[in-house]
Design a protein around this ligand. Structure first.
Ligand SMILES: [Zn+2]
Length: 227
């Protein structure tokens, strides 16, 4: 009899902890959890843990969090030269006179800029595309910062373009699309050497490997023959 009861008790707890819908005692709590669970990788249970953590902190803590998110959303701008996320018209990298503006590293987004900056192996500037060409996701060349890159090349200011997009099909398509637009201009086009295996995202590559792959970059056309 006792064993049967324990079985039901275990069964009850199993259902209570594993069901996907949650019964909230407060609509306010439920709303906060629903909003929090919109973040990638955050499920309802993690969202609940985060919200309960906030409730344990002083109210000023939540106030600061809300204010910083709101300020970021309202005031953040994109650098007019490289399109990286910035607080000013020109980001710190583009405004730095010691950076070589004749060498431009083409990346997908700010995470790639941060990863490459961490290696301390690159002293040129960046051009942030804002994504990769991906017809499946409805992203065509027109959605990306490609025109301004081609304009930069046309102006004659650029000596070398380094493609540093991840070596996925979308990355390769984007590289090739840009290459076709600029191949008639007298510049060197290179791609970062692949110590990074196909499909790996740039931001997950370790600093040493990434640093080395920037230093040992290869002519872009050679990379086409290998693929
Ligand atoms: Zn910039």
């Amino acid at each position: 009899m006792l064993q049967v009861n324990i079985f039901y008790l275990k069964h009850f707890f199993y259902i209570a902890t594993n069901k996907t819908s949650m019964d909230f005692s407060s609509k306010l709590l439920e709303n906060a959890v629903n909003e929090m669970s919109q973040f990638p990788g955050i499920g309802k249970r993690t969202a609940l843990r985060l919200v309960l953590h906030l409730l344990k902190q002083p109210q000023s803590h939540t106030q600061k969090l809300v204010e910083s998110l709101q300020q970021m959303r309202e005031e953040i701008i994109f650098c007019k030269n490289c399109h990286n996320i910035s607080d000013k018209e020109l980001c710190e990298i583009c405004a730095n006179p010691h950076r070589n503006e004749q060498i431009i590293c083409v990346v997908e987004d700010i995470r790639d800029v941060m990863a490459i900056e961490n290696t301390s192996q690159f002293r040129g500037q960046y051009h942030v595309l804002g994504g990769k060409i991906s017809p499946m996701d409805g992203i065509g060349p027109g959605e990306l910062n490609i025109v301004s890159l081609v304009e930069k090349v046309k102006s004659g200011e650029v000596k070398e373009l380094i493609f540093a997009l991840s070596s996925t099909m979308e990355g390769d398509t984007t590289n090739f699309f840009i290459f076709r637009q600029i191949e008639d201009y007298k510049i060197t086009t290179t791609t970062i050497a692949r110590g990074i295996s196909v499909g790996d995202e740039l931001e997950y590559a370790d600093e040493v490997t990434l640093g080395r792959s920037i230093l040992n970059r290869i002519p872009f056309e050679a990379s086409l023959k290998n693929s």
